[in-house]
Design a protein around this ligand. Structure first.
Ligand code: SME
Length: 141
């Protein structure tokens, strides 16, 4: 993922980063960025086969809202076994949500759904936490 990280470093905005992640990693089926607005997460740039109906998620709800509330990365190996999970796509089997922090505050998050069970491991986490650091200036209001 080092070559992809270099491309992300050169990207000029959040939509380009989303496109690079989606197109660059086979098990990243749907990639989106949510931005914190007050006590809600609002969907920003995304790329995937379908739009999600979850364009606004209250902080604290769903896997996305949990990661925003705690500031910690969430990895869900089996979305159907997690009672917090808000379903978007019938094909999704696992999910990772990585908070984007700026100056000690969560300003957004990267949300990735995979059609593969338990698709996300320590390498995805380390890579995406670095991507989140690069995205922070783009997401801070
Ligand atoms: N599954 C998320 C909702 C967002 S969609 O995956 C795009 C959740 O449980 O918060």
């Amino acid at each position: 993922m080092n070559a992809l990280l270099q491309e992300v470093e050169r990207a000029s905005g959040a939509q380009e980063v989303v496109d690079l992640l989606h197109d660059g990693v086979e098990h990243y089926s749907w990639v989106g960025i949510y931005l914190v607005e007050g006590d809600e997460l609002v969907l920003g740039p995304w790329k995937g086969p379908q739009a999600t109906e979850h364009v606004r998620i209250p902080v604290g709800q769903g896997v996305c809202g949990a990661a925003a509330a705690s500031g910690e990365t969430e990895i869900v190996d089996d979305v159907n076994a997690d009672p917090r999970y808000l379903a978007c796509f019938p094909s999704t089997r696992s999910e990772i949500v990585v908070p984007i922090a700026h100056k000690g505050r969560v300003v957004g998050e990267i949300d990735i759904d995979s059609d593969r069970p338990a698709a996300f491991g320590p390498d995805d986490r380390a890579f995406l936490e670095r991507v989140a650091e690069l995205l922070a200036p783009h997401c801070a209001a």
